[in-house]
Design a binder for this molecule. Structure first.
Ligand code: NAD
Length: 365
């Protein structure tokens, strides 16, 4: 048996693959297009591991997916592949429609054809698990109840609209064709291997460089934060025991404003990597830094910036017994530590030199 993971060289996908193979010997076929966000260096520890087969390609390449399914006969397909950055979607929505909508459609069609031809026992055990986001539900005002699985879809950015469209396709492939699907809608993740365009790694990397820490608008936007390993454990749980056709919200019960996040990161850096001891100076003024919070700089808000996301994860807790293992305090401490211990990973990602690494090790870029 094997599972097929798409987007397994990205932030959550690579954490999932590492986590999966740490807990099981079931092989993983990893299909990833290696966009700017895909980084095989995340999976360097698996290079000589026969349980991991990396395939460079797109979920939108139906013949390729059909061939992989026929050759490897995975018992499940887990779809992490996506364009995932809201700011990028504002500047260039086309890639989001291409991958998140068209790509998911091609993937579903390849999987449907394969699944329909399976013998009855394999067909009954097969699952298509679609990894999605809480951003499809839109924005909440302070005091409104958190998103349940019944909350109407009200996506506000090209990213969330494209993810909402993919969720609808997945739902329809179940209702129309009987494909055994599962969907998870998760809140903001953070943790190791997070590309430094996203808030938490961006803050860590900029602070260590003495660069301004950009905070959109008043910084009072609220997000629910989940440590990435808790997301991985939720996905494993849903795959193992989720009811076919169901949607499960996944969240950490950690509502934080962006300002609280930046202050938490700065306080941890003050403790673990004091600016004075490292000789960090303000990037612009050159003045020695006392505390990292001095770098906070408010910038114009994102257009249409959602005010608050909050996820009600009681269904997955009740039905599947899943709970996050990390509090925000333990998760953010591990995350800051990981970035401090992996300056080479950050430098490679920032300089794009991980592509040279890729060429060296895999003969491609
Ligand atoms: P990411 O951008 O770090 O990784 C995406 C991966 O998909 C990359 O490795 C990229 O190379 C790959 N990819 C892109 N287009 C592809 C294509 N056409 N075919 C194959 N591979 C392709 O994203 P992430 O943060 O790891 O998110 C993974 C999934 O989880 C996404 O579907 C995202 O919507 C969802 N999600 C993310 C968060 C979060 O906080 N990061 C929260 C909830 C849900």
């Amino acid at each position: 048996m094997a599972i097929l993971v798409t987007g397994g060289a990205g932030f959550i996908g690579s954490n999932f693959v590492l986590d999966w193979l740490a807990q099981s010997d079931e092989p993983v076929v990893n299909l990833d297009l290696l966009t700017y966000a895909g980084n095989l260096e995340n999976l360097a520890s698996l290079q000589a591991d026969a349980r991991h087969q990396f395939v460079h390609g797109s979920i939108g390449d139906r013949p390729l997916v059909q061939r992989l399914l026929a050759e490897r006969r995975p018992r499940a397909v887990l779809n992490f592949a996506a364009e995932s950055h809201v700011d990028r979607s504002l500047h260039g929505p086309g890639a989001f429609i291409q991958t998140n909508v068209q790509g998911t459609y091609e993937l579903l069609e390849a999987v449907r054809g394969h699944w329909a031809a399976l013998p009855a026992t394999e067909q009954a055990a097969f699952r298509f698990l679609h990894v999605s986001t809480d951003e499809v539900y839109g924005s909440l005002e302070p005091g409104q109840p958190a998103f349940t699985e019944q909350h109407p879809y009200q996506p506000n950015s090209p990213y969330s609209a494209s993810k909402a469209a993919s969720d609808h396709l997945v739902r329809a492939w179940h209702h129309s064709y009987g494909l055994p699907v599962l969907t998870t809608n998760c809140s903001n993740n953070y943790g190791p291997y997070h590309f430094p365009e996203k808030l938490i790694p961006l803050l860590i990397v900029k602070a260590l460089a003495g660069a301004p820490l950009p905070i959109y608008g008043d910084g009072l936007q609220v997000r629910d934060w989940l440590y990435v390993q808790d997301h991985c454990s939720a996905i494993r749980r849903v795959l193992a025991a989720g009811r076919v056709g169901e949607v499960y919200n996944v969240g950490g019960g950690n509502e934080k404003t962006n300002l609280e996040i930046v202050h938490s990161v700065c306080a941890l850096l003050d403790e673990l990597a004091p600016a004075q001891a490292r000789g960090v100076r303000h990037h612009h003024s050159g003045v020695p830094l006392q505390r990292y919070a001095e770098l906070i700089a408010f910038v114009a808000d994102r257009p249409g910036h959602d005010r608050r996301y909050a996820i009600d994860a009681s269904k997955i807790a009740r039905e599947l017994g899943w709970q996050p293992a990390h509090t925000f305090e333990t998760g953010i401490r591990q995350t800051v530590r990981w970035y401090l211990e992996h300056p080479d990973w950050v430098a490679h990602v920032q300089s794009g030199s991980y592509r040279d690494w890729l060429r060296q090790h895999y003969g491609q870029a």
